[in-house]
Design a protein around this ligand. Structure first.
Ligand SMILES: [Zn+2]
Length: 350
């Protein structure tokens, strides 16, 4: 699927890089470095409608990115080291990049880990215990499977969509994404999804169907000194839609469960969804109160000395499956796209 907006973004990024503008302005916009955000790393694309393709890159592309970063002198660091560098402002003439992966997909173990080991590069995986235990689902993946299979979709007691053609299926998927994100409460999502799946003869919420690592697999990858495990709530809820007490509980319980299962309390946190609609000042304050050293959003931006005062709302650079060329990753990490994506702001915080 080709998006007109993607074509425009790609054209702007190619121009910024090939004209030399991105490298000339890197000192101003690139800051101390970047936190890279990934989700899935696998050789094949498993998005049947192409609508969740952005969440997946290939191991080859990961290899290219790490090779390129090392060759240009970028220091690849753990989240602990990243925090130290932000606190001290230490640069040593080199920018840093910290690699993070959200949700704990099992392809992180099978496909990404060998690439990190090959390059001896630290990485952080933000895991949500509810996804492992079957108490939560990656609902957007189930919705895509549902829309792919069905010719007609109805929300129980709510709107309905025809999905006979590919065009209708993609339109229905995007409408359902909005419905699940903004109309349903977080606690309603799973029961509604289960009912919709039952109507199509599909089973929902089976952990094995979700492609996330089980506890044994998470322990296996966590045993590598290169790997840091961070928390990502228990149920992968949009925290802005919860009360402050529930936010604190989701954060604390996810850390408790990871500590119990892995033997080490996570020091770093990632907000589920992580946009301005899912994480703000209140969530950043609670993450700090709950004792996390850092918390990352999904807002687009590079890391600057100003973030020293706001370590619980750190932006990231998403390496998107629809933008799998080095030129796009290099341009975004130069920082030149940060003000474009953030109404002119060079430093992105909560
Ligand atoms: Zn997530």
């Amino acid at each position: 699927m080709v998006h007109a907006a993607d074509l425009m973004r790609k054209a702007v990024m190619r121009l910024a890089w090939h004209s030399g503008f991105a490298s000339r302005t890197r000192d101003r916009f690139g800051g101390l470095g970047s936190i890279i955000m990934l989700h899935r790393v696998r050789p094949d694309c498993i998005s049947p409608l192409g609508v969740t393709r952005s969440l997946s890159i290939t191991p080859d592309f990961l290899d290219q990115i790490l090779t390129s970063l090392k060759s240009e002198g970028t220091q690849l660091v753990s989240m602990d080291e990243m925090i130290e560098r932000v606190k001290t402002g230490a640069q040593d003439g080199h920018r840093f990049a910290a690699v993070t992966l959200d949700d704990g997909y099992n392809d992180n173990l099978n496909h990404a880990w060998p690439v990190f080991q090959k390059h001896n590069v630290p990485f952080t995986i933000y895991a949500a215990p509810g996804l492992i235990e079957g108490a939560a689902v990656l609902w957007w993946e189930v919705v895509e499977k549902l829309v792919t299979k069905a010719s007609f979709i109805k929300i129980p007691g709510g709107p309905e969509w025809r999905c006979g053609t590919l065009f209708q299926k993609r339109a229905a998927f995007h409408s359902l994404m909005r419905y699940f994100s903004y109309t349903l409460t977080e606690l309603e999502q799973l029961p509604v999804l289960r009912e919709m799946c039952a109507a199509e003869g599909m089973i929902c919420s089976v952990p094995a169907d979700q492609d996330v690592m089980n506890w044994k697999e998470l322990r296996q990858i966590a045993s590598d000194p290169l790997c840091t495990i961070g928390a990502h709530t228990v149920h992968h809820y949009n925290l802005k839609k919860l009360t402050a007490d529930m936010v604190a509980r989701e954060m604390r319980l996810s850390a408790d469960m990871l500590e119990e299962k892995l033997g080490k309390r996570p020091a770093h946190f990632a907000y589920p969804y992580g946009s301005a609609k899912a994480a703000g000042k209140r969530e950043a304050e609670i993450a700090a109160e709950e004792g996390f050293l850092s918390a990352v959003t999904t807002r687009h931006g590079t890391i600057h000395p100003e973030h020293r005062a706001n370590l619980h709302a750190l932006p990231r650079i998403s390496i998107n499956g629809r933008f799998q060329k080095l030129v796009y990753a290099q341009t975004m990490m130069s920082g030149v796209t940060t003000p474009i994506a953030n109404a002119g702001r060079r430093v992105v915080q909560a």
